[in-house]
Design a protein. Structure first.
Length: 141
């Protein structure tokens, strides 16, 4: 597995078409994201103080958008950490494989829209942080 760094993750602006009757933003697979997406899902009705994510993917690329409200995404590669505040629907956060992520600080009514490069596969997840660190060569064997 290729060792990844937080610096490879980034905010991506999406097209925004504005008019007097409102705004429209769209995403086209293979055009706006650095991967082709195969799965789209959303996270909603998050209770106050809840933490979502708390995992890393082995192969799957992800892109997260705050469709409504706001939340924070903290990324960690075992060496460095970065936190991104998502609060607009016309940009999102690209997360490459091999990066631990957790989502928190959800506002009331927040909705996170997620795009994934792969279909759901439980084998693609590291859900234990110590096992993640071991897998990327930073933990105790």
């Amino acid at each position: 597995m290729k060792v990844r760094r937080v610096e490879e993750c980034r905010l991506i602006d999406l097209p925004k078409i504005s008019s007097e009757s409102g705004n429209l933003t769209f995403i086209e697979s293979g055009r706006h994201l650095p991967f082709e997406y195969r799965r789209v899902y959303h996270i909603y009705d998050i209770p106050g103080g809840a933490i979502r994510g708390a995992h890393a993917h082995k192969e799957c690329h992800s892109f997260l958008i705050a469709i409504s409200g706001s939340f924070d995404v903290t990324l960690n590669d075992g060496h460095s950490t970065a936190t991104f505040h998502l609060n607009r629907s016309y940009y999102g956060l690209y997360i490459c494989p091999g990066i631990w992520r957790s989502l928190d600080n959800f506002s009331s009514g927040a909705v996170c829209l997620a795009f994934a490069s792969d279909l759901y596969d439980e084998q693609d997840y590291w859900r234990d942080y110590d096992q993640y660190l071991t897998a990327i060569g930073l933990g105790k064997a």
